[in-house]
Write a protein that binds this ligand. Structure first.
Ligand SMILES: *Cc1c(COP(=O)(O)O)cnc(C)c1O
Length: 348
């Protein structure tokens, strides 16, 4: 490990901040026996008349059990987008610092960098969509605060090789953020088990994909207690609303439902993959560790438009480097996938 020093990484103004103490911070639980006259809420009871728990304790405890991790290592937000944005705001000095992303990849890292006036340094993946570790290490300077690794990667669908990720974790003394939005569909295990080994490791997950809860917006960040403490200093106190906390808690308790839906999607991914091989306009199908498949077609813009005319929306990824003429196809229900295959067969 290089010299990792969290105090050197955090923005000076953030290091000195005290978090806003909300009325509901002072009293842990909304016990029925207590009379709450502290937060200027409407006293007439409903399921949402009180402010939500700013630390989402119940939800974190349940999540911690499922993921075998302490609740103190968890930060929750309004989607992954919010927890990623908090990282920028805590660690990246606008107009000074930079981050590294590995295109073709998820667009939000550079969007958030732009919003926060942080330079993005792009180091393209290699031809097999794996990180070029030496190129990445060469791009680092003393203002490089974070490297974003999306694994399984969106839009390519593959996971990054363990030894490449490990080398970056060992040689970079800023934060290595591994976005595991698609981890539940992957053959590979999560990097969560390595959290104790690497103080610079940050992992994000989401309930938007495998858990079927994109509409409630719940993003999860795992990191050392020291990093979580810094992020807690700057997060809006009530960033995860009561309806989301309750629904998320109900749903994650039902792991059987999630597991069976994921199993169905994985089964369908195999069926779809096979069927795509028989389609003439498809020139290449990329192996997927996620709930989507990237394909190379003869003319992505034309095929995209034709699919729209037939009532099917896919994602055209042609504008991304190394992704010329590619479409990203989400694995849908059996019925939806059959329809996609039928329409693709008829295109000419
Ligand atoms: C879909 C996706 C997310 C999810 O973002 P949310 O804000 O949690 O819905 C995060 N990262 C990647 C790479 C994704 O594809």
């Amino acid at each position: 490990m290089a010299h990792f020093n969290l105090n050197r990484l955090v923005r000076p103004n953030v290091a000195g901040l005290k978090p806003y103490s909300s009325a509901r911070d002072e009293y842990k639980s909304v016990g029925e026996e207590m009379i709450f006259l502290d937060a200027n809420e409407n006293p007439f009871p409903s399921d949402v008349n009180r402010y939500p728990d700013p630390q989402q304790r119940d939800l974190k405890i349940e999540l911690g059990k499922i993921k075998s991790i302490a609740s103190e290592n968890i930060l929750l937000g309004n989607g992954s987008d919010e927890v990623l944005d908090l990282l920028f705001r805590a660690f990246c000095e606008p107009g000074v610092d930079n981050i590294i992303t590995l295109p073709p990849t998820y667009g939000m890292y550079s969007v958030l960098a732009g919003i926060n006036n942080i330079e993005t340094r792009d180091v393209l993946l290699d031809e097999s969509f794996q990180p070029k570790v030496s190129k990445i290490l060469e791009s680092i300077d003393k203002y490089t605060k974070m490297i974003f690794l999306c694994s399984p990667n969106n839009p390519t669908g593959n996971s990054f090789a363990d030894e490449k990720v490990e080398e970056i974790l060992q040689k970079f003394n800023g934060l290595v953020v591994i976005d595991e939005a698609y981890i539940d569909f992957s053959k590979k295990g999560s990097w969560l088990m390595k959290l104790n080994k690497y103080p610079n490791l940050v992992i994000t997950q989401t309930l938007s994909k495998a858990y079927g809860l994109a509409g409630i917006r719940l993003g999860i960040l795992y990191a050392s207690i020291e990093i979580i403490t810094i992020l807690n200093r700057i997060k809006p106190p009530y960033n995860v609303n009561q309806l989301t906390q309750k629904r998320a808690l109900d749903e994650i308790k039902d792991q059987e439902k999630v597991n069976s839906q994921v199993a169905d999607i994985l089964k369908e991914r195999v069926v779809l993959f096979k069927a795509l091989k028989e389609i003439e306009i498809i020139e290449r199908i990329y192996e997927s560790d996620a709930n989507f498949i990237l394909v190379k077609v003869d003319d992505a813009n034309m095929r995209y438009r034709q699919l729209i005319e037939k009532g099917i929306v896919v994602r055209n990824r042609s504008s991304q480097p190394l992704c010329e003429n590619t479409l990203r196809l989400t694995v849908g229900t059996e019925l939806e996938n059959n329809r996609l295959i039928q329409v693709l067969k008829e295109l000419n």
